[in-house]
Design a protein around this ligand. Structure first.
Ligand code: UGA
Length: 429
């Protein structure tokens, strides 16, 4: 029952909301995108996109005629029946998801059957049911998002699957959401609201589990002489396992995995279930972020006064997002050990200057490595693979590279005269 002429409402124009609004506009729909942040709305009206997401700014510009940004819920409700809720649900101190922004949106919605709230924000199972108790007439659909930062536009336009959980009496809205996504070609999973909510949390928790699993295998490889890259390759060819998310490294970060794994653990705990496996996933990840310290000490002895250059600060490449980034833990630990920390990131410098005031920011990898006793690859930015390593060797005080993402080509580094150590791989020198 999707009315092509009916605009789509998007509430919350953060990273998920802006990608969602812009991609629906790209598909030819008119979109009214609402945010309470007046400055952000004003900037977007001027065509300024402050989020670093490849391809997004271009799409916002090319779809400006179909994209309307507003701070008025009244206007949004007057124009759109489907309201995609994309506000954030950050973790609270207890590890539960903070639903205050979702509640603030729900409070403003009318008690009518003309509108539908389509939940994209990641919420614990049971949230949909609670909202419907408050607003029984409002149609409710759970449509969790599976976008990855850095590839969000492509992920939106080419989804593996689209999960649509319909509340009771909300089939019209679920049908409308299905109409919107069907042209994208992904498998449509129609289900109930509680299951849709759980699919999202369980998917992220499973991927995080895969990462912590391969990181533990990597740690064991270090004492057996095996190479985790070979192990992951051999494992990944088994179709039941699959090759993705088996890259060992210095742990996962970002705004999603740490939050969602902890939210699922808390959700289980709140109902009296002790989710043992997730406790281990979290702990392995925390320890993994620190393993670089011992590696550096093995080569350099005490780190007091040593210059350590961090290459990459964002939680992964192609984003400036540093939420829960390994670089935060690592730089604090290094400074705690008395090291002098320099750092370079191709796009996260602005964010980093605020978050890491005691770290010396360099304007290039070469500048960060100048006079350094070791370089540590924390984020696998492509440009690090293309550096002139033989020239860099001359600039460093000690030719030592610890590759926290197993990203650089070990033989190239060895031939350039470096001692090279990855995660879960034999050291080359
Ligand atoms: C993740 C999920 O992949 C998305 O499907 C989901 O929609 C999103 O969370 C969300 O809930 O919003 P994202 O956080 O953008 O996406 O990033 P990923 O590409 O999944 O990477 C997360 C972290 O895991 C990064 O720090 C990355 O370096 C690390 N990682 C990933 C590994 O250490 N090893 C791997 O093999 C893969």
């Amino acid at each position: 029952m999707n009315d092509e002429k009916q605009p789509i409402g998007v509430v919350g124009v953060g990273w998920v909301g802006l990608v969602t609004a812009t991609c629906f506009a790209e598909l030819g729909h008119r979109v009214i995108a609402l945010d309470i942040d007046e400055e952000k709305v004003a900037a977007l009206r001027r065509g300024e996109v402050t989020i670093h997401e490849p391809g997004l700014a271009e799409l916002v510009a090319s779809n400006s005629e179909r994209l309307e940004f507003t701070t008025s819920m009244e206007d949004t409700l007057a124009g759109a029946r489907l309201l995609f809720c994309c506000v954030d649900t950050p973790p609270t101190y207890s590890g539960d998801a903070d639903l205050s922004r979702v509640r603030a949106v729900v409070q403003q919605l009318p008690q009518d059957s003309q509108h539908a709230l389509v939940m994209k924000s990641t919420v614990p199972s049971g949230t949909g049911a609670a909202i419907r108790r408050d607003k029984p007439d409002l149609a409710y659909v759970s449509c969790p998002e599976f976008l990855r930062e850095g590839t969000a536009v492509d992920d939106f336009l080419h989804p593996d699957r689209v999960v649509i959980g319909a509340g009771e009496g909300s089939e019209w809205a679920a049908d409308a959401v299905e109409d919107l996504y069907r042209p994208l070609g992904g498998e449509i999973v129609r289900t109930d609201v509680a299951s849709a909510e759980m699919i999202k949390l369980a998917s992220n928790a499973f991927l995080a589990t895969k990462i912590s699993f391969i990181n533990e295998i990597a740690n064991v490889c270090e004492s057996t002489g095996a190479d985790v890259m070979e192990v992951a390759r051999g494992m990944g060819l088994d179709q039941r396992i699959g090759p993705s998310f088996l890259r060992a490294g210095v742990g996962y970060g970002g705004s999603c995995f740490p939050k969602d794994v902890s939210a699922l653990k808390q959700l289980a705990g709140n109902t009296g279930y002790h989710f043992q496996l997730l406790n281990a996933v979290i702990e392995v990840n925390e320890l993994q972020k620190r393993r670089v310290i011992a590696k550096l000490e093995r080569h350099l002895g005490s780190l007091v006064g040593k210059r350590i250059a961090l290459l990459g600060l964002a939680f992964k490449p192609d984003t400036d997002d540093m939420r829960e980034a390994t670089s935060l833990v690592l730089s604090a630990r290094l400074q705690g050990e008395g090291a002098v920390v320099t750092a370079y990131d191709p796009v996260a410098e602005g964010t980093a200057t605020t978050l890491l005031p005691t770290v010396e920011m360099a304007s290039s990898a070469a500048e960060a490595l100048d006079g350094a006793d070791a370089g540590v690859v924390v984020t696998e930015w492509q440009e690090f693979a293309e550096l002139d390593w033989p020239a860099l060797r001359e600039r460093m005080a000690t030719p030592l590279i610890v590759d926290g993402r197993n990203f650089l080509d070990a033989p190239t580094l060895r031939d350039a005269g470096f001692t090279y150590e990855g995660i879960g791989r034999p050291v080359t020198a």
